[in-house]
Design a protein around this ligand. Structure first.
Ligand code: AMP
Ligand code: GLY
Length: 422
């Protein structure tokens, strides 16, 4: 089987790494990939949003299956284009991906399907939004409707912060067209949890639950980032809670999409707030999470190629997902200054030292080759991942490996999985 993975981050490195271990996979391509990915797959310099270029590549190289990592190509309709051209693709159509690419679409779906979520109102102009804010209790959450690379959510503790967010999104168009609508949402409290599931339109097969660390600073402080680390399985996700998420969130969401003529094929990601044992949806994503994928895939025992193919063939009911009874921790090493401005092209040392270690994988998120050297090429640079018989063992191995790697200005949180370990 020849597989093309679309994307260039840590999630795509984890996908390529897992697929590389499948005896069924004869050739792996990644577009555009990164330095780490290039050690396992042939990297092709086609950007993830160049749909015509990706289609041409898949046709010219007789690719059997294309696996889409990021949301942008899905929102642009890569799955529609590939299907129209009889190319097999893992990922939802543009209409089904609206569950991620339009927060108002997702909220309406949740209302119709009675999926527990925060109360929200949608606005397209500043005045009514500000008037509404006057009547809201604090804290309050302001969200850009469209895709904003995880930066379109402001949890406002003061009225001024909420107002500024509305004005910057609707008037100053900080997020471009993603901010032509804003959603003002009740702030939920509780503990966050991610449950991703494979879905083929009918069958829903959940993965292990994970927890992401979105804030930059220790103890979940500071600005939101793309994710500073993750661990799985999350002890919070008891069998009873997983059952409730399937019954009250994932199944109704999949049914709701089918009902409006947009059946969902791919990975449905539920970002949840758990309060008193009840899961409330913060967001849906139409793809694998990053960095959750980096901790979930190392624990998957089943051949990933079989699972992806079963989704595409609508035969997911034939697959029984099996997991190693271990835990995994991923610590993200970021460039100094991230999520603001940061330097690039800085040499990374120590990678060779940790390569080939048992139950350790360093997933590259933002790296490139500079001659023979691997250099930094993004805000999140590496996801140092380890797994073992306990969360403690995985944690210690990940940090031990991370200590051997360095680049100028590197930053990482020292408390990934800390809350469940203490
Ligand atoms: P999202 O991109 O919608 O997941 O939002 C990013 C982050 O903002 C989430 O991971 C939460 O930490 C926070 N957040 C989003 N919506 C809410 C909400 N309604 N209440 C509390 N926190 C929220
Ligand atoms: N970990 C958050 C996301 O993938 O959107």
């Amino acid at each position: 089987m020849k597989i093309l993975v679309v994307g260039s981050g840590g999630r795509e490195h984890a996908l390529v790494w897992k697929l590389a271990s499948s005896p069924r996979v004869s050739q792996l391509y990644c577009a555009p990939g990164n330095a780490g990915i290039s050690q396992l797959a042939t990297c092709v310099s086609v950007p993830a949003t160049d749909l015509a270029g990706l289609k041409a590549f898949a046709e010219d190289n007789a690719v059997d299956l294309t696996v889409v990592g990021p949301e942008a190509p899905l929102a642009l309709g890569i799955a529609d284009l590939f299907r129209e051209n009889k190319l097999k693709v893992f990922g939802p159509t543009r209409n089904a991906a609206k569950i991620e690419s339009s927060k108002s679409f997702a909220k309406n779906l949740m209302m119709r399907q009675r999926i527990p979520t925060a109360e929200a109102r949608v606005f397209e102009s500043v005045r009514p939004a500000l008037d509404y804010l006057e009547r809201c209790a604090l804290p309050i959450v302001v969200k850009a409707d469209g895709l904003a690379q995880g930066k379109g959510v402001v949890v406002a503790r003061t009225a001024q912060v909420a107002k500024d967010a509305v004005i910057s999104m609707l008037e100053h168009r900080t997020f471009g067209d993603a901010g032509t609508r804003v959603m003002i949402e009740e702030c939920l409290e509780g503990e966050e949890l991610t449950l991703m599931a494979f879905a083929d339109g009918k069958t829903v097969a959940p993965m292990l639950a994970a927890q992401d660390h979105k804030r930059l600073g220790e103890g979940d402080t500071g600005p939101n980032t793309g994710g500073m680390g993750a661990y799985a399985p999350a002890p919070l996700a008891t069998p009873a809670l997983r059952y409730a998420i399937m019954r009250d969130v994932l199944h109704p969401a999949i049914e709701g999409l089918s009902r409006v003529g947009s059946p969902f094929f791919g990975v449905l990601y539920a970002g949840l707030m758990v309060k008193d044992g009840t899961p409330y949806v913060l967001e849906f994503n139409a793809r694998f999470g990053d960095p959750e994928t980096q901790v979930v895939l190392p624990l998957l025992k089943t051949d990933l190629a079989d699972v992806l193919e079963a989704v595409v063939e609508h035969q997911l009911d034939q697959i029984h997902l099996e997991w190693f009874e271990e835990s995994a921790v991923c610590v993200v090493m970021a460039s100094g200054g991230y999520p603001g401005k940061y330097a690039q092209d800085l040499p990374i040392t120590g990678l060779r030292d940790v390569s080939g270690r048992d139950r350790v994988a360093v997933f590259h998120a933002g790296t490139a080759w500079n001659g023979p050297d691997v250099v930094t090429a993004g805000g999140r640079v590496l996801g140092v991942t380890a797994w073992g018989p306990s969360l403690r063992a995985a944690h210690d191995r990940a940090y031990e490996a991370g200590r051997r790697i360095s680049f100028e200005g590197q930053y990482f949180r020292t408390d990934i999985a800390g809350r469940v370990l203490t």
